[in-house]
Design a protein around this ligand. Structure first.
Ligand SMILES: Cc1cc2nc3c(=O)[nH]c(=O)nc-3n(C[C@H](O)[C@H](O)[C@H](O)COP(=O)(O)OP(=O)(O)OC[C@H]3O[C@@H](n4cnc5c(N)ncnc54)[C@H](O)[C@@H]3O)c2cc1C
Length: 416
């Protein structure tokens, strides 16, 4: 069924009796050409592009819980392509371009809203660094603007400009950045992949791999053995646990990151704002809630909930930046498990096991990467070669000295 304004009107007039399920609930088949483990944004996007671009239809996505229950439905919805390094910027710009055409591609309203992202500048050194990053963005066609303090004040006058410990001196702005409704991305990709014959199998946890003579033959699951020509793993925060079942130890640590939503307020925040002197970022949802977050909790965990010191720290950052929110009430908060890599950049690569491929290490920036990650992973699975925009995301880069350390903080997963 195609979604359209005419369909909404017709269903509205006829009692909404004609809607069909967005995706089937199939029993697993004994054998697929490609099995994707993980029904998050990246796994579902991979399945969609495998079917729509690479003509692969005997594909299954195995999800241990439900579609949208992982990080794809837990993040703060920010998309952008404001990166500095050559290994990253073309990939994230490719992703932003895919976001721009996503709703037409999927025939699904994912509420892609390019409402801009404003990275605030508080020191002269930071202005230099942001100018350099902005130039890299412009060279890659991503677009960037450097604003002075007066220009920032005109756009977001409610910030604490002069009385703050860290006065605002300007901002780097990407107008094409913004937000996308996170769980709609999972639903949209699931529906589109399903319509091309992909089996999306929920409540199906992968518990092991069947590997013989260095080649993967299939996966053991809570719903029985499923054979596969190739297996792609895209389980984000659970990467280390799942790949350990294939005997691999990854350059990844798992940490919890929290997100917060305030009570609904009148529209005040025009786009995404990030505080350059503390770790705090905020946007406003269409329902009015302020959606914000900050640092990871800083200890290794697989729990999808965080602790109070970070709640206090994030709220302090928010009030320091925007005293007007001091009396807004916090409505809800939650956590997600982050697959933090050693240099802050991801992996999309083959493994030493024939037929086993890995996608992970997204840290807390993997939502914006969803379309490009799915596209590049589908390319790798279908052709055996890395996609042009993802050639740097190799698992062996630390051995070769090919780090992609965007923040320049070294092998400190908790700081990326
Ligand atoms: C609080 C928070 C805020 C964030 N904010 C942003 C942001 O603003 N912008 C941004 O770009 N990124 C953000 N991120 C990061 C982003 O959400 C993640 O990097 C990205 O969603 C990870 O990819 P995914 O969607 O495939 O992961 P997930 O949705 O977690 O998908 C992985 C799936 O694998 C499944 N799985 C695990 N083990 C197994 C198994 N054994 N068998 C079968 N299935 C299994 C899980 O159940 C899960 O559904 C944020 C993350 C969090 C938690």
């Amino acid at each position: 069924m195609r979604y359209s304004a005419a369909r909404v009107l017709w269903e509205g007039l006829t009692g909404h009796k004609g809607w069909t399920r967005a995706w089937r609930d199939p029993e697993p088949k004994p054998q697929y050409d490609i099995v994707i483990i993980g029904g998050g944004g990246h796994g579902l996007a991979t399945a969609h592009y495998l079917a729509s671009i690479y003509g692969q239809h005997r594909v299954a996505v195995l999800e241990k819980g439900w579609i949208g229950g992982g990080n794809v439905g837990r993040n703060t919805t920010i998309i952008r392509s404001n990166y500095l390094l050559d290994g990253n910027e073309p990939f994230y710009e490719f992703s932003l371009k895919l976001w721009e055409g996503l709703e037409q591609d999927l025939n699904y309203n994912a509420m892609v809203s390019q409402r801009s992202i404003i990275n605030l500048i508080h020191t002269d050194a930071q202005r230099d660094a942001f100018r350099r990053r902005g130039n890299a963005m412009i060279l890659h066609g991503a677009g960037a603007e450097l604003l002075n303090a007066e220009q920032v004040r005109r756009e977001v006058p409610f910030l604490n400009f002069d009385n703050a410990r860290f006065p605002i001196k300007g901002a780097l702005v990407q107008r094409r950045g913004g937000t996308v409704r996170h769980d709609a991305v999972a639903w949209g990709y699931a529906r589109a992949a399903n319509s091309r014959g992909v089996d999306i199998i929920q409540n199906c946890e992968v518990t092991g791999f069947r590997i013989e003579n260095g080649k993967v033959l299939g996966v053991e699951t809570t719903r029985g053995y499923i054979g596969a020509g190739k297996v792609g793993v895209a389980v984000a925060g659970n990467s280390s646990r799942v790949m350990a079942k294939a005997g691999m130890r990854l350059p990844i640590e798992s940490h919890v990151l929290q997100a917060f939503v305030s009570e609904g307020l009148k529209p005040v925040i025009p786009g995404v704002i990030t505080f350059g002197a503390g770790h705090f970022y905020v946007s406003q949802s269409d329902k009015g809630g302020l959606v914000f977050g900050g640092d990871i909790d800083g200890y290794n965990t697989y729990a999808q909930r965080g602790n109070l010191p970070v709640v206090e720290d994030v709220c302090e950052g928010g009030v320091a930046l925007m005293p007007i929110i001091g009396r807004a009430r916090l409505l809800r908060m939650w956590g997600g498990i982050m697959d933090m890599s050693m240099d802050g950049s991801p992996y999309i690569d083959k493994t030493h096991i024939d037929g086993l491929f890995f996608n992970g290490g997204w840290c807390y920036g993997g939502f914006k990467a969803t379309p490009a990650s799915g596209y590049a992973f589908a390319h790798l699975l279908a052709t055996g070669k890395p996609h042009d925009t993802a050639t740097a995301y190799r698992l062996d880069r630390f051995r070769r000295g090919g780090m992609i350390d965007e923040k320049g903080v070294g092998a400190q997963p908790n700081l990326h």
